[in-house]
Design a protein around this ligand. Structure first.
Ligand SMILES: CCCCCCCCCCCCCCCC(=O)SCCNC(=O)CCNC(=O)[C@H](O)C(C)(C)COP(=O)(O)OP(=O)(O)OC[C@H]1O[C@@H](n2cnc3c(N)ncnc32)[C@H](O)[C@@H]1OP(=O)(O)O
Length: 207
């Protein structure tokens, strides 16, 4: 795994955030309206052509592969392609994950039509995606870990709309960090609970 360092200062970082964040927000709105639009056929055909045109322009210059995990020289981590929290990833809800008072991680976010499984409910795989990220971030506060095992119990359906995710370290045993996490619906009910084992990989030990 490579972690490139970019030679940019805080002003340039802020400029890039202000440039790419709104682009991803706009595409996120586009995804939502692509699912929900009831516009007439001509409007849909014209929209598809315009989107193809602008996609072609954006494709003129791009990086190879994924965005990766990059750092600034001052140690700021840019996980901008991340599927859950990536600033530049329109598929990401995106989650802003913060440290909670109990030392764990917490995030409040909204899951709309793009995350639907059963009618009106969040897809079970999306619940797993979100919990993997938040549990992984809780596990990685001291050192970076990869998910070894993530076990989920779907206790009740998670309605689309406002959702909260929480996670905290339960215990650490050598290279293994055991984490527990939950998703909550808008009424504060636990909908999914998670137990994860996160591991500092052999290749990263001692680095
Ligand atoms: C350094 C990374 C940088 C990351 C960048 C930073 C980004 C910061 C964002 C953070 C937020 C991300 C949150 C998203 C998190 C993901 O999505 S990670 C992606 C999904 N996970 C993967 O792809 C992992 C794939 N698996 C592997 O790479 C390897 O199997 C593992 C899990 C690293 C373990 O391999 P290993 O290091 O060779 O493990 P090994 O030395 O054999 O075993 C060590 C111990 O772990 C146990 N163990 C091994 N495998 C497992 C397992 N699957 N389950 C349970 N226990 C296991 C062993 O039994 C052993 O236990 P003890 O004998 O010590 O009691």
């Amino acid at each position: 795994m490579q972690f490139p360092v970019e030679d940019i200062d805080a002003d340039e970082l802020a400029r890039r955030e202000a440039l790419f964040g709104p682009l991803a927000d706009t595409v996120r709105e586009l995804i939502d309206v692509t699912i929900r639009s009831e516009a007439d056929e001509d409007t849909i055909l014209e929209a598809a052509q315009r989107i193809r045109d602008v996609t072609k322009r954006l494709n003129d210059r791009r990086c190879e592969g994924g965005f990766g995990v990059r750092f600034t020289e001052h140690g700021h981590m840019m996980t901008w392609g991340n599927a859950v929290s990536g600033l530049r990833n329109a598929i990401a809800p995106p989650l802003v994950v913060e440290q909670a008072a109990d030392g764990g991680m917490c995030s409040d976010f909204t899951l709309g039509a793009a995350y639907e499984g059963p009618p009106g409910l969040v897809h079970g795989g999306v619940c797993a995606l979100v919990l993997d990220q938040v549990c992984g971030m809780a596990a990685s506060t001291a050192k970076p870990n990869l998910t070894g095992t993530l076990s989920l119990r779907y206790r009740r359906p998670t309605p689309l709309g406002p959702v909260r995710a929480r996670a905290r370290i339960d215990r650490i045993e050598g290279v293994k960090t055991f984490v527990v996490g939950e998703l909550y619906d808008a009424d504060g009910n636990v909908t999914v609970s998670a137990e994860g084992v996160f591991i500092l990989p052999a290749w990263a030990r001692g680095r």
